[in-house]
Design a binder for this molecule. Structure first.
Ligand SMILES: O=P(O)(O)OC[C@H]1O[C@H](OP(=O)(O)OP(=O)(O)O)[C@H](O)[C@@H]1O
Ligand SMILES: O=c1cc[nH]c(=O)[nH]1
Ligand SMILES: [Mg+2]
Length: 209
């Protein structure tokens, strides 16, 4: 498993704006989507391409590159993953979207699944799971379990912020899954929130607190 912390100046600048205590709902939404877009650009770097022949503007045949073979499904984890979705779809407009719903129980910190609708032919697809936060890793691990149980073999996770504890949990359960994040933060606090983190990303995106 590889963990990629994306140090690109645009990503780091936008993440810094997201961390502001008084960030507005509008700004939080826009920045989350924009970072989702930039993480997608990095995560898709390793997709293989192949040469195909097309008819160019002069009428002559020319060789161009196309992404090879595998199809893509984007997997937003409800709710907060929806905040990244537009930015990801902007770059991969033909991707099928597999929606998974889980919330983290506030007392036990265990993921509670409540919805899933996974794209057809999942076994042939690369899955890009998107969620702003990787905290204990329970929610992400449960999502990877679900996708693998349906036959998915190539899975990546895109997060705005990841805690070392979550990365460790994913490394030990799913060593074949790569993670792309704008930041590996310091730690989790006693309530399972990432420090310095962003607070509750779902509530900030939806304005529910
Ligand atoms: O790594 P974990 O410890 O499992 O925590 C991370 C999960 O917690 C948050 O979702 P939350 O449960 O707040 O649901 P929401 O998106 O509906 O707000 C976040 O968006 C992740 O899905
Ligand atoms: O810091 C955290 C941890 C889990 N979920 C969030 O939204 N934020
Ligand atoms: Mg939440």
């Amino acid at each position: 498993m590889s963990v990629y912390q994306i140090k690109h100046p645009l990503v780091q600048h936008k993440l810094g704006l997201l961390r502001e205590a008084n960030v507005s709902t509008k700004d939080f939404r826009e920045l989350t989507s924009e970072i989702g877009n930039l993480l997608t650009y990095e995560a898709t770097r390793e997709l293989s391409t192949e040469k195909v022949t097309i008819s160019g503007w002069t009428g002559e045949d020319i060789e161009v590159q196309r992404i090879k073979g595998k199809k893509i499904t984007i997997v937003p984890i409800l709710r907060a993953g929806l905040g990244m979705l537009d930015g990801v779809v902007d770059l991969i407009p033909n991707a099928k979207i597999s929606v998974v719903g889980l919330y983290r129980d506030e007392e036990t910190l265990q993921p509670v699944p409540y919805f899933d609708k996974v794209a057809a032919q999942i076994e042939e697809r690369v899955a890009l799971i998107v969620d702003p936060m990787l905290a204990t890793g329970g929610t992400f691990n449960a999502t990877v379990d679900l996708l693998k149980s349906k036959g998915c073999k190539h899975i990546m996770g895109l997060f705005l912020v990841a805690a070392p504890e979550g990365i460790e949990a994913v490394t030990s359960r799913h060593p074949d899954v790569d993670i792309f994040t704008a930041s590996i933060d310091e730690r989790l606090n006693e309530k399972g929130y990432i420090i310095p983190g962003l607070g509750d990303a779902g509530d900030k995106l939806f304005g529910t607190r």
